[in-house]
Design a protein around this ligand. Sequence first.
Ligand SMILES: *[C@@H]1O[C@H](CO)[C@@H](O)[C@H](O)[C@H]1NC(C)=O
Ligand SMILES: *[C@@H]1O[C@H](CO)[C@@H](O)[C@H](O)[C@H]1NC(C)=O
Length: 171
Amino acid sequence: MAQVYLWLVAGVMLSSIPACSLGEDGRWTHKTDNWKILDLLRQLERIPPQLCLNDRIDFQCPWQRGNVTQMQKPQRTCVQHVVLQQIFSLFLSTDSHAVWNQTVLGQLLSSLASSLVRMQLAEEENLACPDWGNRVRKYFQGIHNYLKGKKYSSCAWEVVRVEIQVHLVLL
Ligand SMILES: *[C@@H]1O[C@H](CO)[C@@H](O)[C@H](O)[C@H]1NC(C)=O
Ligand SMILES: *[C@@H]1O[C@H](CO)[C@@H](O)[C@H](O)[C@H]1NC(C)=O
């Protein structure tokens, strides 16, 4: 049920982006990329998340609704870039390969990689978000530590998958 609710929220949020903001500053591209990445994250699901409720923890995601979307473009792009990089290295890890469907995982990694390349080409000058960069890296370090503590169990990965899916919507 939580999953259904989150997807409804994601759908509403994506459809409520004002049309006039699309394409104006590259946001369209990022939103489209995020949507594709979100879809692949959803396809990765292997165990119903409700079977893993006992493994849930609060990862203390540093961004909430509005934190990043209201930033000026250079900073926003910078934060999005750091987040996608962190997701990429998380799912690139060996322990991730052991858990997920290889086909979908491969598509996810390639989608993340091409988003990162596109952002870098367009925003080379904008790697200036030291504070947020540190916050985001600390958050992902917490996720890595959690997975290690849980011995990279399928449920732990499922908790992480949902965590990322939910928070990527807010970028
Ligand atoms: C994110 O936004 C919330 C509410 O808008 C605010 O309370 C919080 O301080 C912001 N976080 C950062 C790190 O700016
Ligand atoms: C992996 O996912 C693909 C695409 O959804 C599917 O066709 C394939 O059967 C899956 N493989 C396994 C082992 O579940």
